[in-house]
Design a protein around this ligand. Structure first.
Ligand code: PMP
Length: 340
């Protein structure tokens, strides 16, 4: 018998897939961890389960209670999947700039959605700060209680990657792994996997793949938290050192423009049959750049965070892409017509 006790037991243990073209092109072995195969279809199911389990263990959350967080969408979807399985309500505060597909998915799962204007973190009306206030209010009003999941500064997020993602990568490669590269939203993935892999192999190379508009590339290369430009990539791009990032040492950092991540994402779709969101394009572009730095023969692991379907109306919309100065691929603009 091979039966999972609930959907929660189906989170994690994702396959590690050889990205054949990227591997051939670089002479390295580039592997992608298929996080889009989680029940909520993203890497953030892990953080959601880690945060909720931690709150239950500390006696802060029980069935009937409410989980509140500010998220670009994927953490909200993960929290709602976990919350539904445990009899908890979810309230998700999301910047209105995020894709319609993620908002629709949240509503379909039964989350209460609070859409707020996208303003910087220092503004008191930033989505994360609104979520903290909403959680405090519900905690007072609802006898069953409420928690602010606080994914950016709650290290239960990073810890779940130390405990699950890193050992999975180690076991799946039999310890033959030379480097790990990832983009950062909260930093839970990069910092947690870095810690878990360094515990097993102290000289493993840890690399950041960052996007324009975020401050971490500058921070890890010059020490200055400075952002320039912008990106259409959702779910990543951090402007501060979150609690999850505290203490992280990064060996290499790359800044990946949208034209590069988009080309990689479309190549993964056409060459490998992997239709992924743009943060996965950033990650694999980072892995390719790192492979070229390290030279052939290395094994490099990265994350395939979520599916392209979550961004259908943007990534596959030539007008949207052109409005952002990006060139849509020929097959998207002029699909091959076949008569009925
Ligand atoms: N990719 C996507 C699509 C995401 O939604 C997120 C999380 N916001 C990440 C990558 C980054 O993960 P983390 O929060 O662990 O840094």
């Amino acid at each position: 018998m091979d039966i999972k006790a609930s959907v929660l037991a189906a989170i994690g243990n994702t396959p590690l897939i050889n990205l054949n073209r990227a591997s051939e092109e670089t002479g390295c072995t580039i592997l992608g961890k298929a996080e889009f195969m989680n029940p909520g279809h993203s890497v953030k199911d892990r953080a959601a389960l880690g945060i909720v389990t931690d709150a239950i263990d500390r006696g802060e959350l029980r069935a009937g209670g409410t989980i509140v967080d500010g998220t670009a969408g994927n953490t909200g979807i993960g929290l709602t999947v976990v919350g539904n399985a445990l009899g908890m309500k979810t309230v998700i505060v999301i910047p209105e700039t995020q894709s319609q597909e993620k908002k629709d998915t949240l509503r379909s799962l039964g989350a209460s959605l609070v859409e707020v204007p996208a303003v910087p973190y220092r503004n008191p009306n930033n989505y994360v700060k609104v979520a903290a206030r909403v959680a405090a209010r519900i905690a007072q009003e609802n006898p069953q209680g409420a928690i602010f999941a606080n994914q950016f500064d709650n290290v239960a997020n990073r810890d779940v990657h130390v405990r699950t993602t890193a050992p999975e990568i180690w076991d799946q490669t039999n310890g033959n792994v030379d480097a790990f590269v990832s983009a950062v939203g909260t930093g839970g993935t990069l910092a947690g996997v870095a810690q878990g892999l360094r515990d097993r192999k102290s000289d493993i190379v840890i690399a950041l793949a960052d996007v324009p508009g975020a401050a971490l590339y500058n921070y890890y290369t010059t020490g200055e938290l400075k952002a320039e430009g912008s990106s259409i990539t959702e779910g990543i791009g951090q402007g501060r050192i979150t609690a999850n990032l505290e203490g992280l040492h990064v060996d290499q950092a790359f800044l990946i423009p949208d034209a590069e991540s988009l080309a990689v994402a479309f190549a993964l779709l056409k060459d490998e049959g992997l239709a992924l969101g743009l943060s996965s394009g950033v990650n694999v572009a980072g892995a390719i750049r790192l492979a070229k730095e390290l030279g052939p023969g290395k094994t490099i692991v990265t994350m395939l965070c979520d599916p392209a379907a979550r961004y259908q109306s943007r990534l596959f919309n030539p007008e949207f892409l052109r409005s952002k100065g990006l060139e849509p691929p020929e097959w998207l603009e002029h699909p091959v017509e076949v008569a009925p």
